[in-house]
Design a protein around this ligand. Structure first.
Ligand SMILES: Nc1ncnc2c1ncn2[C@@H]1O[C@H](COP(=O)(O)OP(=O)(O)OP(=O)(O)O)[C@@H](O)[C@H]1O
Length: 287
């Protein structure tokens, strides 16, 4: 059974003039890494809002179709109950910092305190997460003293410590440099290895090619293309739908158009090198 099942979802915010999500159907399997891509205003955040229950519990508006979390209709879930199952990480880490705690350690403890978890258990769970995410050097700092990348790691830690099964992460690296971006992706990968289901909104296509299992391309509120990452990112149709393809895929497509078919559309540097080596080898044998 899918952990999240979306069937013919159509939605309009109370204040919007038209549907912002249109007839979307997607199945999410437990433990997989899903990337949601598409232009600004395509509906990516709105789709995340529907998954975490903000639509329809926080935003009213008109919801048609079904969103099922573990087989249960989103309308029947309480928001509080959903928030323990689905962790949500915002684009801007500033909005995630509580502002009421003086140290990173206490900041990460905050959610567990609110749930009434016993203090000794909080301390041990927070210490474990700090070790796992390699942020021990930050634990005594004030959360507001951190850099953007550090804040985003602390924001992720605050969510992960709650042990949600599903992580919905909305453009976590948009304000980060390449090094901090890699650090965030390493954490997300670690979470996937721990069996979490990941739903990530992200524009950095090269990283999506490296990490995601499945891609949903959104345009004008519709899921216009979806499938395994390898299939979507080597599909020329994706370009027409406004989706950027990885550099190596574009290289493979160019090669093919110029009579040098690599036999595959590579998505990463490693795969491109191996495809070119294979082609050269083949040409050597036949010449
Ligand atoms: N709270 C809201 N009330 C009314 N309309 C909204 C609200 N939030 C988003 N919208 C509208 O819904 C549409 C989809 O917006 P959404 O934020 O889901 O897109 P997005 O793909 O996440 O965009 P971006 O990449 O810019 O974050 C837009 O037309 C937007 O103006």
């Amino acid at each position: 059974m899918s952990i999240i099942s979306i069937k013919n979802l159509t939605y309009q915010y109370p204040t919007s003039e038209e549907d912002v999500l249109r007839d979307i159907s997607v199945e999410f399997e437990s433990g997989k890494f899903y990337a949601v891509i598409g232009a600004n205003g395509a509906g990516k955040t709105s789709l995340c809002n529907a998954i975490r229950g903000f639509i329809p519990h926080f935003y009213n508006g008109e919801l048609q179709g079904d969103v099922l979390i573990e087989g249960r209709d989103i309308r029947e879930w309480e928001l509080g109950e959903l928030s323990t199952k689905i962790g949500y990480v915002f684009q801007n880490p500033f909005t995630q910092i509580s502002g009421v705690k003086d140290t990173v350690f206490d900041e990460i403890s905050f959610g567990l305190e609110n749930l009434g978890v016993e203090e000794s258990e909080i301390r041990s769970r927070v210490a474990d997460i700090i070790q796992l995410l390699e942020i021990g050097h930050l634990q005594e700092k004030n959360p507001f003293e951190l850099s953007g990348g550090q804040k985003q790691r602390v924001a992720l830690a605050s969510i992960i410590v709650m042990e949600p099964e599903i992580l919905v992460i909305d453009e976590p690296t948009s304000q980060l440099d390449p090094q901090s971006t890699e650090a965030i992706f390493s954490i997300i990968e670690l979470m996937q290895k721990k069996g979490k289901t990941i739903i990530l909104v992200e524009h950095k296509i090269e990283l999506i090619a490296e990490y995601a299992d499945y891609i949903i391309v959104m345009k004008d509120g519709k899921a216009v293309l979806q499938g395994n990452a390898d299939d979507v990112l080597s599909n020329e149709q994706a370009i027409e739908l406004g989706c950027a393809l990885p550099q190596y895929a574009l290289f493979g497509i160019e090669m093919k158009e110029n009579g040098m078919d690599l036999g595959t559309i590579p998505l990463t540097e490693k795969k491109a090198i191996s495809a070119v080596q294979h082609l050269l080898e083949k040409r050597r044998v036949t010449s």
